[in-house]
Design a binder for this molecule. Structure first.
Ligand SMILES: Nc1ncnc2c1ncn2[C@@H]1O[C@H](COP(=O)(O)OP(=O)(O)OP(=O)(O)O)[C@@H](O)[C@H]1O
Ligand SMILES: [Mg+2]
Length: 343
């Protein structure tokens, strides 16, 4: 056999009969491996673990909760639903709670003084004139449910009765504000008798309430001017902090301008010291300084700084309900009595 023959033979031997044999061997080996692996897998997931997996799967299935339909919001009451009044209503006093400085306690005072007067048996209407709507939400009113607010009264000639939410608390009705009111400052500019809008709408309610309070925004814009024209008197909350009197001179100038031209009987009803912390010298000094400046116009009642007063709005109730025996509630009840005494 020559070299080539042996090569051919060798080649033959590897390509023809020998190959299927090898394939069969490989297939057998492969099958063995697969079986081995399957066994291994079965070993890893023991029957208990399988059961555990099934349990897990069930848990996961249970977690896919059917979406719940949110509870239907209770529609807001309207003036027609107002409880009958079985007492004599005195001469209406319109009081704006005003200070262009932000965060001094205007809304806190509006909510809690109004509620305390309502509990004293007075009929009170509270007008939220601030686009922030803090007073509105302070009574737990969902602003998304308010379809018409003080904005519509001022700019769309909607009668005030149509936006009043009655009996938000005992003896207390509310005219709500929504963010729509933010446009009023600009839109009022081009309106006729723009400074008298609030006076005209609130005037309709004279004789129906003992007190009408207006919670003003922290600015001296047209909304505040409207409240200066509509009001008989002003309550100016002053925070017993640094720069307490900052801006008050400007507010008094605005008051004088409106008094001279549009509302001759406008005057200060009372200066209210708020967020007083008797432990600090600063609070005591500021209180003394304010009393020195305004004399007897300052209410004897001082509103203390208490966490409860800042918590109450998130529960949508006044301090007299949230913490009836606490310092804050006592202070606002005393203030209500002082307001009644001042006439
Ligand atoms: N006596 C108080 N003790 C503790 N926190 C208070 C007190 N009075 C008001 N606050 C809190 O201080 C913040 C400002 O108060 P509030 O909203 O009444 O001021 P405001 O003058 O109405 O503010 P704005 O100018 O923004 O309308 C609020 O978070 C309120 O809860
Ligand atoms: Mg406010």
């Amino acid at each position: 056999m020559g070299f080539l023959d042996s090569f051919r033979l060798g080649k033959k031997s590897t390509s023809t009969p020998a190959e299927p044999e090898k394939k069969v061997e490989e297939e057998v080996e492969l099958e063995d491996k697969v079986e081995e692996q399957e066994e291994q897998v079965e070993e890893v997931t023991s029957p208990e673990e399988k059961a555990f997996d099934i349990e897990n799967a069930e848990v996961i299935e249970r977690e896919v909760v059917v979406p719940q339909t949110p509870p239907e919001p209770v529609p807001l009451k309207t003036y027609k639903d107002k409880k009958p009044i079985n007492k004599v209503v005195g001469t209406t006093k319109v009081i704006a709670i005003i200070n262009q400085k932000g965060g001094v306690g205007k809304s806190t005072t509006s909510i809690n003084l109004s509620a305390a007067l309502g509990e004293l048996g007075k009929q009170v209407l509270l007008v939220d004139l601030d686009p922030q709507g803090n007073t509105t939400s302070g009574f737990g009113i969902e602003k998304s449910q308010v379809t018409r607010c003080i904005y519509d009264v001022l700019l769309n000639d909607v009668p005030i009765e149509e936006v009043i939410i009655p009996d938000v608390c005992e003896g207390l009705d509310l005219v709500p504000a929504t963010i729509n009111l933010a446009g009023a400052e600009v839109e009022l500019v081009s309106e006729m008798a723009r400074e008298n809008r609030l006076k005209d709408s609130v005037g309709v309610m004279r004789g129906k309430y003992d007190y009408i309070f207006i919670d003003c925004p922290p600015s001296l814009g047209l909304l505040t001017v409207n409240s200066l024209v509509a009001a008989d008197k002003l309550i100016i909350p002053i925070q017993t902090e640094f720069y307490a009197l900052e801006g008050v001179t400007k507010l008094l100038e605005s008051m004088k301008r409106v008094k001279n031209r549009l509302n001759p009987t406008l005057d200060i009803f009372g200066i209210l010291l708020t967020m007083y912390d008797g432990r600090t010298t600063l609070s005591r000094q500021v209180a003394a300084e304010v009393r020195n400046y305004f004399g007897r116009q300052v209410f004897e009642t001082i509103i203390p700084r208490t966490v409860k007063l800042s918590e109450a709005p998130s529960y949508g109730i006044p301090i007299t309900q949230y913490d009836p025996t606490g310092k804050g509630a006592i202070a606002y009840k005393n203030l209500a009595e002082e307001v009644v005494k001042r006439g």
